[in-house]
Write a protein that binds this ligand. Structure first.
Ligand code: ADP
Length: 246
């Protein structure tokens, strides 16, 4: 286990307002990390910084063995480094089958020229089966994505991101709108995905975070307020104050 991502002293100001304030945190590979915090704490902006959507005023975001500076890279270059992001709303191709969705994600990984061969090849078919099994959608492979439940669409999108072989996966509120059984499946899926890569889950739902059973970073006013196990951070008086109000 070694540091994959080092965020240090990062600040972001929007029209004079400090949304991120001297933020520092480090993510290992592999690791599952939950990032929590009240509304406006800076969770979305934190993900925007890592993916290159927002460029900070100060600080460093270093990546990989060679500690390359992500801040100098475009969003697409950062994605090519192996950083994938799952937004709250699933963006799957509803009219295509689960198999076709996964094939398309593999195509993006391999480039358009390989795709015709790859899709028909045994290697491509095997990888699609593996990805479907990994996210629990083997039986749904021939169905169109539009027929899937909300939870299944989320898993398909995670499968599509895994098709890109990310080293770091950012996942925004994966449990939102899910049934208890779907949430359990999502927990298992994320825990499994984080065995071989870094996964950062931004989540409001404490019960879901508890199930993830991982290190938690609490953000507040754009800084790290507390870090450690969920029990450790929720025993912190400052965290209690922030969550329960003053
Ligand atoms: P969270 O995801 O934790 O709810 P955000 O990262 O969305 O928090 O926002 C952090 C703070 O920055 C909030 O106070 C929000 O209003 C502010 N903010 C975020 N994006 C912008 C923007 N583009 N312009 C102005 N203020 C912003």
């Amino acid at each position: 286990m070694s540091a994959l991502l080092e965020v240090s002293g990062v600040s972001v100001t929007f029209d004079g307002f400090r949304a991120i304030n001297n933020l520092s945190l480090s993510i290992n590979e592999p690791e599952l990390r939950a990032v929590i915090g009240p509304n406006g704490a800076g969770k979305t902006t934190f993900m925007d910084i890592i993916t290159g959507k927002t460029k900070p005023d100060t600080g460093h975001v270093l990546w990989g063995e060679q500690s390359r500076n992500l801040l100098g890279m475009s969003e697409s270059a950062i994605a090519r480094e192996g950083i994938g992001r799952k937004f709250q709303k699933p963006t799957v191709f509803e009219a295509q089958t689960v198999r076709e969705n996964l094939a398309m994600a593999l195509k993006n990984k391999r480039g358009p020229f390989d795709v015709l061969f790859y899709r028909k090849s045994a290697e491509g078919a095997t990888r699609i089966e593996e990805l479907a099994a990994e996210v629990g959608l083997t039986e749904q492979l021939p169905r169109t994505a539009g027929e899937l439940s909300h939870g299944q669409k989320q898993w398909l999108e995670i499968g599509m991101l895994l098709a890109q072989d990310p080293r770091l996966l950012l996942v925004d509120e994966p449990a939102a709108g899910m049934t208890p059984a779907e949430r359990e499946h999502t927990t298992d899926l994320l825990v499994r995905a984080a065995k071989t890569r870094a996964v950062i889950v931004v989540e409001h739902d404490m019960e879901f975070v508890r199930r993830l059973n991982c290190k938690v970073t609490v953000l507040h006013e754009g800084s790290v307020l507390a870090e450690g196990s969920l029990d450790h951070v929720t025993a912190n008086p400052q965290v209690i104050e922030v969550y329960l109000g003053r």
